[in-house]
Write a protein that binds this ligand. Structure first.
Ligand code: BGC
Length: 352
């Protein structure tokens, strides 16, 4: 409805301007009444349909995206679905019915969310996939960090620390496309060392919904099966790294087995300072939220955008923008997460 009003508004203005140009003055009697000319549809409204607020990063995403949209004079409606596919679809449908101008979505389930894209497109609303790709639907834009690169950074740093030995891979949620990209990045880097026989993947599991409790169970199993003979762990994010470190701690191994994570969560930075996690991958959320907000405005106004990549999602080549992730360990905490105020050193025990 709002979209219709917006189109009518622009049509009125365009017709009026055309009339002015023809006669070089206002027509004696405008074809529009005064009331019709002042139908102002109000600011553009962006819907932000999030999967979850469980991990610390999503709270930052919510806050920074809201600020980025509002600072551009637009409105934003935000909902989070608690990892529930049906709820996420219902929340997005409600936004569509209420007349958002564009939908930004962080899909819980890469495949299930295609239904929302079809609904939005049916209502003439464009869709941006935020951080996670929607599969098998013609989404208009995908903006994320380079997730394969995240995995590569993890594996490169771990190979330097542990060039030979037994590796455990604790993956992310199989329903999240990012989990697959991360894993590809990790294994692309590890493959030559695996082929040389330098490293052995002795355990490799997905983690349903990225749950730390499940990561804990996986890591406990890995330790059990291999008689604690584990030299390195790559976990798909800091939440799963957290579960892993608890399992290692139960065997007195926290701090002696290097662990990699991703997200630069506060708890992970604390573990890096404590020596129980070796590295994380920092993704400046500010850059992501700003970029999506700027592109959302362009798309909602029907302007062309300049993607930096194109990614096949099973249905189409999706115009994409991929930002650079940054490997973080004890050596560059200051110049990365602290310098950017992502966290402050005061929040960390053992730092001044
Ligand atoms: C994100 C990670 C996050 C994970 C769990 C992934 O799609 O890229 O940053 O830790 O989801 O929410």
């Amino acid at each position: 409805m709002k979209l219709l009003m917006r189109i009518m508004w622009w049509a009125c203005l365009a017709a009026l301007l055309a009339a002015c140009q023809e006669d070089a003055k206002l027509p004696e009697k405008s074809v529009f009444t005064e009331d019709e000319l002042i139908i102002d549809p109000g600011p553009l409204k962006i819907g932000f349909a999030m999967d979850t607020l469980k991990e610390e990063r999503w709270l930052k995403d919510r806050e920074l995206f809201e600020q980025a949209i509002e600072s551009r004079g637009l409105e934003v409606e935000i909902a989070a679905a608690n990892g529930d596919d049906a709820l996420q679809i219902a929340q997005a449908e409600k936004m569509i019915q209420e007349g958002i101008d564009l939908l930004v979505i962080v899909p819980h389930n890469a495949e299930a969310t295609a239904a929302i894209v079809h609904k939005a497109h049916g209502a003439g609303i464009k869709v941006i996939a935020y951080d996670r790709l929607v599969k098998n639907a013609e989404i208009d834009l995908y903006v994320s960090f380079d997730n394969e690169k995240v995995g590569e950074l993890q594996a490169e740093e771990m190979l330097e620390l542990v060039p030979e030995g037994n590796y455990v891979y604790i993956g992310g949620a199989p329903t999240d496309n990012n989990a697959h990209l991360l894993k590809k990045g990790v294994f692309d880097v590890l493959q030559p060392a695996i082929e040389r026989g330098d490293i052995h993947i002795i355990y490799d599991e997905w983690t349903e919904d990225w749950a730390p409790e499940q990561a804990f169970i996986h890591m406990s199993q890995a330790l059990e099966i291999n008689g604690n003979q584990i030299d390195a762990v790559i976990a798909a994010n800091d939440a799963t790294a957290g579960g892993t470190v608890v399992a290692l701690a139960q065997k007195g191994l926290a701090g002696s087995v290097p662990v990699a994570g991703q997200d630069a969560e506060l708890a992970a930075i604390q573990r890096i300072v404590d020596g129980t996690q070796s590295m994380t991958v920092y993704k400046p959320i500010q850059q992501l939220s700003e970029r999506v907000a700027a592109l959302a405005v362009e798309l909602a106004q029907g302007n062309a955008i300049e993607p930096t990549a194109s990614i096949n999602n099973g249905k189409s080549e999706v115009p994409s923008v991929l930002l650079e992730p940054i490997a973080v360990d004890i050596g560059n905490l200051e110049s990365t997460v602290f310098a950017d105020n992502f966290h402050s050193a005061q929040e960390i025990d053992g730092m001044e």
